[in-house]
Ligand binder design. Sequence first.
Ligand code: SF4
Length: 430
Amino acid sequence: MTTRYYLWTAGCQMNKADSEKLAAGFGRLGLRAVDRMERADVVVLNTCSVRQHAEDRAYSKLGRVRQLKQEKPALKVVLMGCMVGLKSDDLRKRFPQVDVFARPQQFEPILELVQGPHEDLGGEFWPTTCAIPEAPTAFVPVVHGCNKFCTYCIVPYRRGREKSHPLDEIVREVAYLTAHGVREVTLLGQTVEAYGHDLPEQPDLGDLARALSALDRLQRIRFLTSYPRDMTRRILEAVAGLPKVMECFSMPVQSGSDAVLESMRRGYTRAEYLAKIAELRALMPRAGITTDVIVGYPGESEADFEATCALLEEVRFHKVHVAAYSPRPGTIAWRRLADDVPAPVKAERLHRIEAIEARISQEIHDGYMGSVQEVLVEGVRAEQPFGRTRSGILVHLNEPARIGAMADVHIEHAGPWALRGAARDAIALA
Ligand code: SF4
């Protein structure tokens, strides 16, 4: 029987969550993880295709797997994740060394590969693939795929249309996680507020958050990633009224220029985006909001870029993830738009955004000095416990603290990336 597996994961939290589930499934089937593919009986490459660079890394791994399979023909090889996409015919021809091609969340064919048909496993896969986490926090994908088709993005072609998990299954999964020590879940979706519209009862994210809030052992709920047009008043009012939902949102804007937003087909104007931020802050004034920005998108003029800088100054995001545009084969922008912003200009714009971000983050963090913040202790790094504020800011603790404890932390130091402080609540200390 197959006994050792090597699992390589690229990309976002959705992929990481899938890998955790698959690892849990493997664990329950008696397989053991190894850290080098040369020592494995099963190799799983969980891929990302958002950027060409991420795919190139997977191709390089596939090259190594081809050699290994020649040396060890019994080796079982799985290619999973976004690279597999909706059609895998082309991949099958190119990579005959792969035994199973599995799309995101498609665990069954992988588990069958190592352990025989589904029935042999005793029926239902859940919770076979429900990971028992080591940390008190867990990612829970609730909706997969995306219907938006932004011009620069490959996700809708690879992950398909939005597909939600039934509400009762998510509640069951989170209850299982909390029974195993999880105190905070982050509900994941490419556009997480799209949750539920494809289900028969059409629950929304607010309904899901309400159902999860009823779980006694669950203390915190977060979401990732928000899309302004899907973030309805109904959802906002629901989550604002639920104390277990953290005041923390990730809402990519991508550009502050209407011309660029239209070219990107983002589906909102600058004014509509700002109106959504205002609506959110009216309900949750202390919300921490982060965003994503692309600089150097085709046709982005200096004035377009200045509009983005002005928007960042106006909104004052807690964090800005900035990337220089690079054409992604297969996307609308790659087919139709010239990549016409010179690389040095892209680099200069990227650094200007980073400078704005660092200054504003520091100013926001300075505002936390002397305050007391509720922090869930998530883990220990370099012998220092860490966790996050309700608004999502990383906090390092001065003293030892029990992982999983909820601590009231007096903030004594504020840097651009994190806060530091002392836990006041004796219960939190180890
Ligand atoms: S909303 Fe746009 S950028 Fe986000 S996953 Fe969907 S298509 Fe991609």
